[in-house]
Design a protein around this ligand. Structure first.
Ligand SMILES: Nc1ncnc2c1ncn2[C@@H]1O[C@H](COP(=O)(O)OP(=O)(O)OP(=O)(O)O)[C@@H](O)[C@H]1O
Length: 163
């Protein structure tokens, strides 16, 4: 059986469906915010989320010496790569590895804060494991990024030197 609808009926049905979908999305958003009643504040828009993310990066830069060192090392690697005219794929690899180290440094800072929030100034074996593992993750990524830098920069530098 075929049902034929005229154009105006079709448009009405479409706009009705669109409004139902948007209402359901709105309800879902409301429900997910209700599930986070324990949060002191919930970011209400993408602009506000960016503001808080930037505040996290600024906090890490101002308080974590290692984060500042990794920023300098990453910038240096990118400048040296540009000077040596590395290919775009090689530059992308340097950017990814530098970004990974900074990302893990931020997560390390977050884990340290959560551990301190939980146990305060008391000693706990699990607090030690959490902090040591988070610091270990940064260390491994930093070693890996140095190796990646050496693999990409040394052959190119030797080539330039020989010619
Ligand atoms: N509450 C705690 N209980 C047990 N050990 C702890 C505790 N707090 C810190 N430690 C130990 O002291 C070390 C240093 O702690 P800290 O909070 O200064 O982190 P960090 O790794 O030195 O910081 P960063 O990565 O910024 O250098 C940890 O790696 C852990 O071994």
């Amino acid at each position: 059986m075929q049902i034929k609808l005229d154009e105006s009926a079709n448009t009405t049905i479409q706009s009705d469906m669109a409004s139902k979908i948007s209402t359901s999305a709105h309800h879902q958003l409301e429900r997910s915010n209700q599930n986070r009643v324990k949060a002191w504040r919930v970011a209400t828009s993408i602009g506000v989320s960016f503001k808080y993310a930037a505040a996290g990066v600024t906090y890490a830069y101002n308080t974590q010496r290692n984060f500042r060192i990794h920023c300098v090392m990453g910038t240096l690697a990118i400048v040296i790569g540009a000077l040596l005219q590395l290919s775009s794929v090689e530059m992308a690899v340097i950017c990814i590895t530098s970004g990974l180290v900074l990302t893990l440094e931020l997560l390390n800072t977050a884990i340290e804060s959560v551990v301190d929030l939980t146990v305060g100034q008391t000693y706990h074996d699990l607090a030690k494991i959490a902090k040591d593992c988070a610091a270990g993750a940064v260390l491994i990524s930093a070693f890996a990024s140095v190796l990646v830098g050496m693999c990409l920069v040394i052959p190119k530098a030797i080539l330039l030197f020989v010619h």
